[in-house]
Every structure is written in C-alpha cells, then in structure tokens.
Design a protein around this ligand. Structure first.
Ligand code: FMN
Length: 188
C-alpha cells in the first residue's frame, strides 16, 4: 500500500478545472501536523489558498519544469496552493526548517494523492511578490509553495543509470530514477 502510494505520488504540473475546497485543504494540514520535526519545535505554518482569483494571481509568479521547454497554460494551472512558512519566533534554524519542511511537504504530497489530487513542490517562485500579494508579515520566512489540482497528465517513472533529467515525449512526462543497485553503496 505505502509503496503504491509513494510511486503514484509524482510531481504533477497540469490540472483539470476542479476546485479543492477550504475544508479539504484543512484535512491535508490535519495529516501534516503529525509530521516529525527537529526538537518537536513545529515551526511550520501554512497559508491555504483555494480562491480562484488568488490562484490566478499567484500562478504567473511560479516557475515550472526547468529542464524542459514547457509550461502549464492558465487553463491547466493549479486550483489550490499551500504555502509553507517558518515562524521566526520559534527559533528554528534555516537548515532545520528545511529538514522539517521536507518531511511535512512529502506527507502533504502523499495525503493529496490519497485524496485523488496531485501536487508539485515549487521552490522557484517569486518570494517577494508572493509575500506582498498574500500579505505575509515579517514574522515568517517563506518556504516552498505546493501547487495543487486534479492531475490531467500522465507521469511515468523510468530507470536510469546516470542522466536524471526529466523530459516530455508525446504528452507523457518521464521521470528517470536511479536504480536501487546504484543507490546502495554497501549492504553489510
Ligand atoms: C525542494 C523542491 C523544489 C522543487 N521546485 C520545483 C519548481 O520550482 N518547479 C517545478 O516545476 N518543480 C519543482 N520541483 C519538483 C521536482 O522537479 C520533481 O520532484 C522532480 O522532477 C522529480 O519528479 P517526481 O517528484 O515526480 O519524482 C521541486 C521539488 C522539490 C523537492
């Protein structure tokens, strides 16, 4: 079960015009709040976005699939976002925030997939613009933005021995993953 869910939890970048509700986004955070965190300090805070107008204002400030000459159109753009923040007063270093955010963001991606949505973790977005747009106070540092929607594309995993660059061919997005044998340095 867990293997299947992890395999199916891919980065999706093309979405149907199906809305995710505020309640569903809250359900995602209800799962994410069980994530492990350094010192159990729990510095991560969330901005949940499902409003159509705000989604369309956020979209132009996001960058997609840097390896390929392809971008989602407005018609296939995300219908929701989760912005992850570090509440500064909790006092967690940037390194540990990034660690905690990695754990929580993957749990969010898994939960979204289990709910038949799909996401894409977006690190490449215009932080100053989004900070202003969403009126985020200086009490928070911005982390990744998770784009959300009902996936409209096929993403396939293929084996690779060296070249890890993803590519698109005939409308299918291929993601090369290193083989198990290439990952294990020792098994003693
Ligand atoms: C920290 C992080 C930042 C990422 N930033 C972006 C991004 O800005 N734009 C994008 O299209 N994909 C982004 N991705 C998605 C990766 O490109 C994706 O995980 C990778 O191609 C492997 O595909 P998979 O998630 O389906 O295994 C990011 C992923 C991570 C973990």
């Amino acid at each position: 079960m867990i293997d299947k869910l992890i395999r199916e939890t891919r980065s999706f970048r093309s979405f149907e015009r199906v809305k995710i509700s505020k309640k569903e986004l809250e359900e995602v955070i209800e799962t994410a709040r069980y994530s492990s965190s350094a010192r159990n300090a729990q510095c991560i805070r969330y901005v949940l976005i499902s409003d159509d107008e705000i989604c369309s204002q956020v979209f132009p400030h996001t960058k997609w699939a840097g390896f390929i000459n392809w971008n989602p159109t407005k018609e296939e753009s995300p219908t929701g976002y989760i912005l992850m923040l570090n509440e500064k007063k909790v006092g967690v270093s940037e390194t540990l925030f990034n660690f905690d955010m990695g754990i929580a963001s993957q749990n969010i991606m898994l939960k979204l997939r289990d709910m038949k949505y799909g996401g894409c973790i977006i690190g490449a977005y215009n932080k100053p613009v989004i900070k202003d747009l969403l009126e985020i106070s200086d009490d928070y540092d911005l982390g990744v933005l998770i784009a959300i929607g009902k996936p409209k594309e096929t993403v396939e995993i293929i084996d690779t021995t060296s070249d890890t660059r993803y590519f698109r061919s005939n409308g299918i997005h291929y993601v090369p993953k290193l083989r198990r044998a290439d990952l294990i340095i020792k098994n003693i």
